[in-house]
Ligand binder design. Sequence first.
Ligand SMILES: [Zn+2]
Length: 443
Amino acid sequence: MTYWGAAVAEGILIKGGRALAFPGGLTGEVDIMVDDGRIKAVEKGIAAGVATVIDASSCVVAPGLVEMHAHLREPGMEYKEDIASGSRAAARGGYSAVFCMPNTEPTIDNSSVAEYVYDRGVNEGLCMVLPHGAITLGRGGETLAPMGEMAACRAGVMGFSDDGAPVSDSEMMRRAMEYACTIGTLIISHSEEMSLSGGGQMNEGYYSTFLGLRGIPPEAEQIGIYRDICLAEKTGAWLHLAHVSTSGSVELVRGAKRRGVRVTCEVAPHHFSLDDSMLVSYDTNLKMNPPLRSRGDVEALLTGLADGTIDVIATDHAPHASHEKETEFDRAQFGVVGLETCLALVLTKVVDPGVLSLEDAIARLTEAPARIMDMGRWGYGTALTEGDDANLVVFNPEYEWTVDPGEFMSRSRNTPYAGWNVRGKVLHTVFKGRLVVTDGELV
Ligand SMILES: [Zn+2]
């Protein structure tokens, strides 16, 4: 397949960075020459010629990050975010590819909406914007969407999800998985048993009782995940579980993988960096679905990352306007933005404490999502091989900075990390051979 985003020929020489490639790992200090949209050379001591030179000393050079789970809100809710602002946020966060969820208005449940989103991404030209398609028409849960049509269109839809809501009808989910098997695509499940979670505002436990807010029990997620794993086991479908948040969910995935079920899963940075005790502030930026869980769940998620049960780190970037968040807790919308803080949170909360090595952590943001989403068909490589499309991020893993939502490129500011001191900053992002972010700012 061809990604139609136009490459602008521009020579760039990235000098003296520590390069991370997958598979392969840390390759040591090298120079990377980029020309005509592609990686031209990866070796020591390339002489600077006509190219723009980027000094990457004390920086890491990695493949552009791949986001499997973002809500870019276009079409229909552009007051929260659109593909232009979402692409800017992604590029600034070090991403070269963003998969966006279909809970838009209209829903991405047919090829024309899928192609609309894809084309808007191409026009912005800051990162690949690739839509996931809905499993059911209008995400209504009643009629299967034309998944084959979406997979075959130029947006090449690979993942299908009714994310934001589960496919509650088990027979419908079974049929969706059977359909996905026949066309070789992936089902991405927002697993939730709504009869248990409906009306809940936060994790059910000590703090929900203390705060007098209705709880969402961990079992609501775990029952959903158990059902979806059973159906994947029966149908042979490839199941990817979105945003796992409880220790029980990690255990279910661990067991399924041990049995050989084709299942992968992701965790969001807020679920491994925050917990439900923080809700004593009643800060609505801490309200998301699945909710922030207990300290024990956070530990289990970190263990799941460490032992490889959790394949991917995905932000679940969910922008909301201030009037949708600055309201009573039980009226506020669920969700947080994440594209511009993810890498720093991973470095600060996963790499610094030694949960994962730098290489393994970056693999969860690049190699793993690229493999699951079969990015090779777009010519998207993570091996830093000569001839590959030049999609690269240059970041300083030691750089300390303070999160200021006022500086976000995203149209929305709903982050719980305002004022946090974090470590690790994206300095440069190269997309298809073009410098789109330099010194931390959009070009
Ligand atoms: Zn979801």
